[in-house]
Each structure stands twice: as C-alpha cells, then as structure tokens.
Ligand binder design. Structure first.
Ligand code: NCD
Length: 308
C-alpha cells in the first residue's frame, strides 16, 4: 500500500488503499473476537484523542483501538483544556508537537480543522469527523460491515436516507461507495438534500418508496438538529411518517436488504425501534464492533507509514 501520512478524508484514497485497510481490519475482527486483544505494534507510541465535539462511540473506539495495539492513549477533554481559555487551534498544535504525540485523532465542528492541524503538527492526523465535511473511519467501518454481509463492496445499491445535507457520514460514504463501484441513492426532503451531487452513480429521490426500490443496504441517518440553522423539517412526527425507516418502508427494498445507522439514533424519528433492534435485518451493533477493528487498521497503517 502507498504510504499514508494522514487520514483526512475518503477523498484522496484509492480502491487499492481502501481494500488494504479493510483486509487489515478484517484480521483485527478475528483477533478481537479471539480475546487475544493485546498487540504491541504501537508500543511506545502516543495517541491523543482531541475531541471538540461530543462523541461516545467514535472516541471510545479510537481509545480501545489504540490500547489494543499497545499505544499510550490520552483523551484531551476540550471543555477543560486551554481552548476554552481562547487558545487557537494553531497554539494547540504547537502544544501537541511539544508533547511528541505520534497519532492525533481530531473531531471538530469546523470542516477543514483536521487538515489545518495536519499542516502544523508532526503527528499523523486522523479526521474523526469535521463539521459537515468528512468522517472517513465511519465510511470504512460501514464498508467493512457491508462487505462481511454481502460478500463484496462493489456492484451494490446503497440507499442513504434522511438528513444528507448535514451529514459528514453521508459524504464520506458517497465517496467511498462510488469509488468502489456501487450505486448510491440519496433519499430525503429537498430541504435536507444538497442541490446537486455531481458524482457519477449517485441518484436523488424524495420518496422512500421510489428510492428504496432494489436497495441492498438501507442506511438511516440522524436528523442533526444541532447543525440546522432553522426549522428545515416541520416536526419529528411528520419526518418519521415520510422518511422514518419502519418495516413497511423497508419492504420497498430488496427482500434481503440490511439496515445500518451510524448512531446515535433518534428512535421514532429516522428509524423505528422495531427495525433497529431486529438482528435479522439490522447491522447497527455490528457497525460498532467493526469501528474498533477499522480504527486499529488505520492507526497501525499510519504508524507504519511514519516509520519510513
Ligand atoms: C456521526 C457523527 O458524529 O458524524 N456519529 C458517529 O460518528 N457515530 C453521526 C451523527 O452524529 O449523527
């Protein structure tokens, strides 16, 4: 695999790199399940989790991934850090450099913040979600989950439903899935969809019935109220009626279609509990498990690239 200095987005990766990361992650799934979790490929390396936005699963899984590879992991809580005292992102970068951090995992509400840090720090930077821009490890873990169940990550029809406009998860998934040769359908109300996408293989629908037809995978997204400037949806109840994934709407997709959601879920808004908790159709718990394996693969790959 070509050496990878940072992971700032799916943009910039190619199918060979994506496949190599998924293959490595697959070996970590087996290792994690065997219970022999401790490895030492990151022994002596320091990983800092720098989260300017809330996160449960992403931060925890980076932490677990780092520890399972033997790294020293530090969680920098932004609420108690100098950032709240007015320190700029670049001052933060200088501080991190002085601490000789090797791997820096960054989540920020501004698109582009991890890229800016990557220019200024000596560490390998991993984007753990920046504004509405990208969330590359989420797209990789989604791809791994899909590949394990469908046996491939090409030639599939993947429907992504709901709040596309505010979703970095959607953006990274669109880039990865189209790059690997899948068909992507974006389904949502016009207020929550970008005007145009301009990417081959992506179609836009406003009706779940039309958009879900023939889908192999149905991905529901959280309604990101915190990123909405004004009321873009009339009410949660109305949103659920038109776009909430329930058993009836899922029946429009292929009979063996599987359901995904990056979490956190708004049950009864974008997804019905009946579907979310149905282990025969829902891959949501497995997505969390794959998150640890994919992040191990990313950390390991970046750490090895920085050795050369
Ligand atoms: C997503 C995120 O933060 O972008 N969550 C996650 O990483 N699991 C999606 C969301 O917040 O809805």
């Amino acid at each position: 695999m070509a050496s990878l200095k940072h992971l700032l987005g799916i943009a910039g990766l190619n199918p060979v790199t994506v496949t190599a990361l998924l293959d490595l992650a697959e070996s970590y799934v087996l290792l994690n399940r065997s219970g022999k979790t401790q490895r030492d490929s990151l022994r002596g390396r320091t990983l800092i989790n720098l989260f300017f936005e809330d996160s449960t699963r992403t931060r925890t899984s980076f932490e677990l991934a780092g520890r399972r590879l033997g790294a020293d992991v530090v969680n920098m809580s932004v609420a108690t850090s100098s950032v709240t005292k007015g320190e700029t992102l670049l001052d933060t970068a200088a501080t991190l450099n002085a601490m000789n951090c090797d791997l820096l995992v960054v989540r920020h509400n501004r698109s582009g913040a991890p890229a800016l840090l990557a220019e200024k720090v000596s560490a390998a930077v991993i984007n753990a979600g920046d504004g509405t821009h990208e969330h590359p490890t989420q797209a990789l873990l989604d791809a791994l989950t899909i590949r394990r169940h469908k046996g491939r990550i090409s030639g599939l029809t993947v429907a992504i439903c709901g709040d596309i406009a505010h979703s970095r998860v959607a953006r990274s998934n669109i880039l990865l899935l189209t790059m690997m040769g899948n068909f992507v359908r974006l389904i949502g109300p016009p207020t929550l969809l970008p005007g145009s996408i301009g990417i081959n293989g992506v179609e836009i629908f406003h009706s779940m019935e039309e958009g879900l037809k023939g889908a192999d995978i149905v991905m529901a997204l959280r309604l990101q109220k915190e990123r909405m400037s004004s009321g873009l949806v009339p009410s949660s109840r109305e949103f659920f009626a038109y776009y909430g994934l329930d058993r009836k709407k899922l029946s429009y997709a292929k009979p063996d279609a599987l359901v995904m959601h990056p979490g956190p879920m708004n049950r009864g808004v974008e997804i019905d509990s009946d579907i979310a908790d149905d282990d025969a159709r829902s891959l949501i718990k497995e997505q969390v498990e794959m998150g640890v394996a994919v992040r191990m693969a990313v950390l390991d790959t970046l750490a090895r690239s920085s050795e050369v």
